[in-house]
Design a binder for this molecule. Structure first.
Ligand SMILES: NC(=O)c1ccc[n+]([C@@H]2O[C@H](COP(=O)([O-])OP(=O)(O)OC[C@H]3O[C@@H](n4cnc5c(N)ncnc54)[C@H](O)[C@@H]3O)[C@@H](O)[C@H]2O)c1
Length: 506
């Protein structure tokens, strides 16, 4: 499908954080852009904000002054809605309020031509509800940019019940022409990113609540073993707890209280205390001048004694760890067995979603130490372990010494089922699989959205493909049994793929 020609005029309504950024994106692509805001002077201020940001690029020699001047000449602040009459695409980025947005679209229908495409940048209101009272609801769709719009590549193109699919394709092609990475999604609560990302925060909040580890340790593990750019606590502090909590609450209530999306009391307390994160100087961490960031809990250095590392059977998802031991020059002996590692007194196994204490008894594994998933064992710099109450201190020290010898910092957690990276990935993949099962988006678009929208190191579905759906399904099944909670119920699609051996092929 053809993108809108750059001669088509674009109107952006609402010149706040999002609207100004969207106006910049459209102007950069060569369109004439009207920028309108109901507040006097706000559109000029929005344009001045764009000029200020881009002037820095000019000063650094990354942009020509003439190009900036030309771009700015294409952004025209306007006062009245009537001045947008000849726009071909109108994108609203006003206050997040159903009635006010509905009124705006009703006004636009009477001002703009019949061929206009109406788009909303809403994060949480259904496109279907916004279009309900329109004369031409088929011409309304979602065009959900991420903040900051000029930098974030993702645009979720949202189809309401009435949306004309051809128009959605035009908008998708237009977003591509604007240098974005668009995906299609149906109008369901949270669309793709705000739904699928919930467990990234929720599982760490829960681990903290259960005193498995503190925020600095959990953040470090998701960065250094999970390869996520930021840990969940530092990211929530950046987003603002008021904003992050409001999104969680809205998705939770929109899904009729599905416990997969249950908000956290810890975050609620922060919001009520006014500890909103960076913007108030205090969230999980302090941002006061001179405040030092707490460091991750790390096991003290243990002395390594030369003895063989025995690998019994296939390590599956953890085979990269065996490679790492070989590369570190350790004496690795391989023999048949049930997929465990033995070193000194310790028996080490990749977490399967059971507590070490339960697994030690059930599987008869003495001195068991479970370890976490790493995105890439060869390059991870830290790994979580947990031990059963019955596991000896010598075994824990042996396991620590072995991992340290291979260059890993070790964080010992309490015996939390699924540890951190495995549990987070399992829940992300579960949510992503359900979104595919329910036809919200294709597997490829879900993965693209999570990489382009929130910088995940790999889409949860292709990551799950790499491990095998059986691994993820088993972890979830064990988590569900551990907690006895519906929250961890595996998606039907994961269960199906685990038994059929299918993959998401993304
Ligand atoms: N901030 C984000 O991270 C983010 C990300 C994606 C989507 N969104 C969505 O984008 C929209 C705007 O968010 P924002 O963060 O830019 O808000 P903002 O408060 O920064 O800006 C909103 C602007 O809209 C103006 N406005 C309000 N009512 C108006 C009306 N009836 N007509 C014209 N202008 C009006 C306000 O004066 C203000 O300048 C919301 O729907 C929000 O859910 C926000």
């Amino acid at each position: 499908m053809q993108a809108l020609n750059s001669s088509v005029k674009i109107a952006v309504i609402g010149a706040g954080a999002m609207g100004s950024g969207i106006a910049q994106v459209a102007a950069q692509a060569g369109h004439q852009v009207y920028l309108q805001d109901q507040q006097a002077g706000a559109a000029e201020k929005g344009k001045a904000g764009v000029a200020k940001v881009l002037q820095k690029r000019v000063d650094k020699g990354k942009m020509q002054q003439a190009d900036l001047d030309a771009l700015l000449s294409r952004i025209q602040p306007v006062d009245a809605l009537e001045e947008l009459a000849d726009a071909g695409l109108v994108i609203e980025a006003i206050i997040e309020n159903l009635d006010i947005k509905r009124q705006l679209f009703a006004n636009l229908e009477s001002i703009c031509g019949e061929e206009v495409i109406l788009a909303t940048n809403t994060s949480s209101i259904l496109v279907t509800s916004l279009g309900a009272q329109l004369k031409r609801p088929e011409r309304l769709l979602g065009m959900h940019f991420f903040n900051p719009a000029p930098l974030m590549a993702l645009v979720e193109v949202i189809l309401g019940l009435a949306t004309d699919k051809k128009l959605a394709e035009v908008v998708h092609a237009t977003a591509t022409a604007w240098g974005k990475k668009p995906v299609f999604a149906t109008s369901t609560p949270g669309f793709i990113v705000n739904r699928v990302a919930r467990p990234f925060y929720a599982e760490s909040l829960r681990l903290m609540q259960e005193q498995a580890a503190d925020p600095a340790t959990l953040d470090a593990l998701l960065r250094e073993a999970g390869s996520f750019r930021m840990g969940p606590f530092e990211l929530m502090d950046l987003i603002g707890h008021d904003v992050n909590y409001a999104v969680t609450e809205s998705v939770f209530s929109a899904y009729y209280g599905d416990f997969r999306f249950q908000p956290s009391l810890i975050q609620k307390a922060l919001v009520e205390a006014g500890r909103l994160g960076r913007k108030t100087g205090q969230g999980f961490y302090s941002y006061a001048e001179g405040a030092e960031r707490p460091t991750a809990a790390t096991q003290p250095q243990q002395s390594f004694t030369e003895q063989p590392v025995i690998i019994e059977g296939e390590l599956g998802a953890a085979s990269g760890l065996a490679e790492r031991f070989k590369q570190a020059g350790l004496n690795v002996i391989e023999r048949a067995g049930a997929g465990v590692l033995r070193y000194g007194e310790a028996t080490l196994a990749l977490t399967d979603g059971r507590m070490a204490g339960e697994r030690l008894v059930t599987d008869g594994l003495q001195d068991l130490v479970v370890f976490d998933l790493a995105k890439d064992y060869k390059n991870a710099t830290r790994l979580a372990i947990a031990a059963a109450k019955q596991t000896s201190t010598t075994a824990i020290n042996d396991a620590t010494a072995l991992l340290q010898k291979a260059g890993l910092a070790v964080s010992l957690l309490s015996d939390a089922p699924g540890l951190v990276v495995m549990r987070t990935l399992a829940m992300l993949a579960n949510e992503a699989a359900d979104a595919v099962l329910q036809g919200v988006a294709s597997a490829a678009d879900v993965d693209l959205a999570m990489c382009a929208g929130v910088n995940y190191p790999q889409g949860p579905l292709s990551w799950s493909d790499n491990l095998g759906q059986g691994v993820i399904w088993q972890v979830l099944t064990n988590l569900q049994a551990s907690y006895g909670e519906d929250r961890y119920r595996p998606s039907l699609l994961l269960r199906q793929y685990a038994f059929t051996g299918q993959s998401f092929s993304v």
